[in-house]
Design a protein around this ligand. Structure first.
Ligand SMILES: [Zn+2]
Length: 88
């Protein structure tokens, strides 16, 4: 039995065209993560489960303001249409 989201590394997510956004529970802001950029920074094999992401992602606004910057919630998107750059 497979889950719909079987992509558990950044490289797999990028290939699948899956989008990922992060919601900051502290300042209530949402940001869409740039997977291509994250793959460049952290590598294709970087795991992207919640507990992995929470180690590498933080809320810039809250960090700058000295608030809890890791009070985050990650959301998978089936597809990110404008980010879909498959060959073709
Ligand atoms: Zn924040």
């Amino acid at each position: 039995m497979k889950f719909p989201f079987a992509e558990d590394t950044l490289g797999q997510k990028l290939e699948a065209g899956t989008g990922l956004s992060v919601y900051c529970l502290t300042c209530k802001s949402t940001a869409v993560l740039d997977l291509a950029e994250m793959v460049k920074r952290f590598g294709r094999d970087q795991p992207c489960m919640h507990w992995d992401l929470i180690k590498i992602i933080y809320c810039h606004e809250c960090r700058a303001a000295g608030r809890d910057d890791r009070n985050l919630q990650f959301t998978n998107h089936a597809l990110a249409p404008e980010k879909r750059r498959r060959d073709g």
